[in-house]
Design a protein. Structure first.
Lengths: 262, 247
């Protein structure tokens, strides 16, 4: 069994979670020495788009298909159901050679389908154990953490811009994850985005009770990639943000998640 | 069980017709086949064969695949130990192929109720470098052979003999035969009638065994139970068993 490292991006909507996740996938894929699974847990499937992948089936489709079968009493025994889910989930997995992508789609709906969701979680966990690194692009806000979707995460990256709203969401996520023990994590820290200069970082960090994983300067190229819908797999390695992402990944993979000094 | 006797005869005719059409039809039985089986017994390793490590993919969901299990109590209908291949073997091609895996089982002591277990048991394979995904109730099979396996001589003979041995040891079935088809999409698709018939029977049996409601008027499998005499017999047997259990 592999010793899989799971890294999850969380935070308010529009703060750069998807961009960071996409650049992490790109960086690791280019290194080529690890099996990488990108999990697009954002219902808007933004990570898939940022990686230039057209998703035609999501985990939610598999879940709905199974729920439909349960309603119509068209399923066999538990073994048969497990095999069916395993087959369908592997069909959802998009294999790109250097990495694979799993799009979750809509979050779990209401209703008495705990058994279905548990089976799916078990199979995703089993699938995940075939990879060295898992990068999760989380849903915006706190809900996904609350629902314990990301139960086991090694490194919880709280992405925020400089807005007080963004920083507050990061703070709340950390509090819920930590105080309510809804996520088993080794490290958690802030990744500050759209920063003017180091002084701004210092000012922000003075008011925070969270470690700093790194900071990303404002970058016109990101704006251009977002605007034109270009795949981040083509993003130039030499960009400042590329270097930040590489350093963070090294700290997670080589050093086990040591935070930067603020 | 006689449900599939006609289908087995039809299958023999199908194989003969393919041979007459010039397909490569082979009985795989090399001298060292049995000896090489142990080489691929699974050790601790990842269960997934990624596409980049794949030599040959069989039955991708985007292509039609089928894996029916045909059971009979007529021992003369099954050639025990035979592994037949229509189309290229693993070392002779690479990429992605349509796939049919047909198992023929003969025993005069098998209970009808065992059928759904016999159908899904074919996927319980522990082979190194051979990934198998399946939907037993839909008879869909999707597998991948790793590059390493192909290099090390993994073949349909090894796959077939492993499956045959598994059935013999688990269910004590005296006659087990397997047929693989990789020749073309058209050849595999010619088995669609058989595929849908078996799928309906598996569905009807699963429903009978799982639900035990026996309200036929609203059952979606009413047609197949009407067509297949043995299913009605199985239903009657299960009702009797249930009533006996309740008394």
């Amino acid at each position: 069994m592999r010793d899989t490292i799971t890294i999850a991006m969380c935070g308010k909507g529009g703060v750069g979670k998807t961009t960071t996740a996409a650049l992490m996938v790109k960086t690791l894929a280019e290194r080529g020495d690890k099996k990488i699974l990108a999990i697009d847990a954002d219902p808007a499937i933004g990570l898939s788009y940022a990686l230039g992948i057209n998703v035609d089936k999501t985990v939610d489709d598999v879940r709905n298909n199974l729920i439909q079968k349960v309603k119509e009493k068209k399923i066999g025994d538990r073994d048969d159901t497990l095999r069916m889910l395993d087959y369908e989930l592997f069909d959802v997995l998009v294999e790109q050679g250097k990495f694979s992508l799993l799009a979750i789609g809509r979050p779990e709906g209401e209703g008495c389908y705990c058994e279905v969701n548990t089976l799916l979680k078990d199979i995703i966990e089993s699938l995940s154990s075939n990879f060295d690194v898992i990068i999760i692009d989380g849903e915006a806000g706190i809900e996904q953490i609350n629902r314990r979707v990301m139960k086991i995460v090694d490194h919880l990256v709280l992405v925020s811009d400089t807005s007080s709203k963004g920083l507050n969401v990061a703070k709340v996520i950390k509090k819920v994850a930590h105080d309510n023990q809804v996520v088993d994590y080794k490290s958690t820290g802030l990744l500050l985005n759209r920063i003017r200069d180091e002084e701004e970082v210092n000012t922000i960090m003075k008011q925070q009770d969270i470690d700093l994983f790194g900071w990303i300067p404002e970058d016109e190229l990101i704006r251009e990639y977002d605007f034109s819908g270009k795949s981040y797999l083509d993003f130039p390695e030499t960009s400042p943000i590329g270097k930040v992402v590489q350093d963070i990944l090294d700290s997670f993979i080589i050093n086990g998640g040591a935070a930067m000094s603020g | 069980m006689e449900i599939f006797n006609e289908d087995i005869v039809d299958l023999r005719n199908f194989i003969e017709s393919k041979e007459n059409e010039g397909r490569k039809v082979r009985l795989l039985d090399s001298e060292d086949g049995d000896r090489r089986l142990s080489t691929f017994l699974k050790k601790d390793e990842a269960s997934i064969v990624f596409i980049e490590d794949t030599w040959l993919e069989l039955g991708n969901p985007k292509k039609f695949s089928t894996a029916p299990v045909l059971v009979t109590d007529n021992l003369d209908l099954v050639n025990d130990g035979n592994v037949t291949l229509i189309g290229p073997d693993i070392s002779e091609t690479r990429g992605s192929l349509p796939f049919a895996q047909i198992l023929l089982l003969a025993s005069d002591s098998l209970q009808d109720e065992a059928y759904t277990k016999l159908n899904s048991f074919q996927y319980e394979l522990e082979l190194k470098g051979y990934m198998i995904k399946a939907m037993p109730s839909s008879l869909l099979i999707w597998s991948r052979v790793s590059n390493d396996n192909a290099r090390n001589g993994f073949s349909f003979e090894i796959l077939g003999k492993t499956i045959i041995n598994n059935y013999k040891s688990k269910f004590d079935i005296p006659f087990v035969e397997i047929i693989f088809i990789t020749s073309s999409k058209e050849d595999v698709e010619q088995l669609k009638d058989l595929h849908y018939k078996v799928k309906r029977i598996v569905g009807a049996m699963t429903k009978m065994l799982e639900e035990m409601h026996f309200d036929c008027s609203s059952c979606e499998y009413l047609d197949v139970c009407g067509d297949v005499r043995q299913l009605s017999a199985l239903r009657k047997k299960l009702i009797k068993k249930k009533q006996g259990g309740n008394s």
